[in-house]
Write a protein that binds this ligand. Structure first.
Ligand code: FNR
Length: 184
């Protein structure tokens, strides 16, 4: 049977490195894994007044999360934290109180930035939020990537051999970890 992964990319930019990284990662996954990219650009700004009457885009997001066996967060770092658009999506799907879509879904957290620390602080802040939401995150290996020419080839695969080997080791660990959660 298929293992469904819900992918949440923290950038809405058309040529997003993080979007490219998320797509490239899927090529490294076992063949029984499917990756569904969740749309977050059409969500309203979160307003607690709407908890009893969530927008169709919010209900869709929650349904897609519920259908997944695992989560994959691939995010840039904005001003040393996670982007507001990502936090907005997380807040939406955490509500109404007691009906969070996130609880218990195992997650991988990765990111790529133009800066040398490769989203380390954004990931740390995101892990903090996910811990509160009862989302277990894969601890190691950590993936902090810096965008460099040649990282992606013209097919959108990882172009650098060293990085590809490293990301393959990440994916192997992630896939086994997701399966162990699904079996539990
Ligand atoms: C950035 N960028 C950035 N980079 C970083 O390493 N640490 C940071 O704190 C920030 N802060 C930041 C704030 C804002 C508002 C923007 C627009 C950008 C640069 C960031 O790494 C770069 O724009 C990436 O290309 C963003 O990822 P995507 O959109 O390519 O996935």
């Amino acid at each position: 049977s298929q293992t469904r992964i819900a992918v949440i990319v923290g950038s809405l930019r058309k040529d997003s490195f993080n979007q490219k990284l998320a797509l490239a990662l899927a090529h490294l996954a076992p063949s029984d894994f499917t990756f569904e990219h969740l749309r977050i650009d059409d969500l309203p700004l979160y307003n607690q007044d709407d908890d009893g009457n969530q927008a169709p885009s919010v209900k869709r997001l929650k349904t897609e999360i519920a259908a997944a066996q695992g989560l994959l967060f691939v995010t840039p770092e904005y001003n040393r934290s996670l982007p507001g658009v990502l936090k907005n999506a997380i807040d939406h799907a955490s509500r109404p109180y007691g009906q969070s879509a996130w609880a218990g879904k195992p997650a991988g957290v990765l990111g790529i930035s133009v800066g040398a620390i490769g989203t380390a602080l954004a990931q740390q802040h995101l892990r903090n939020v996910l811990a509160y939401l009862d989302v277990p995150t894969l601890g190691q290996p950590e993936v902090f990537l810096q965008a460099k020419d040649g990282l992606f080839d013209d097919k959108g695969h990882i172009g650098s051999e060293g990085t590809k080997k490293f990301l393959q080791s990440w994916m192997d660990k992630y896939a086994a970890w997701i399966k162990s959660h699904a079996a539990a």
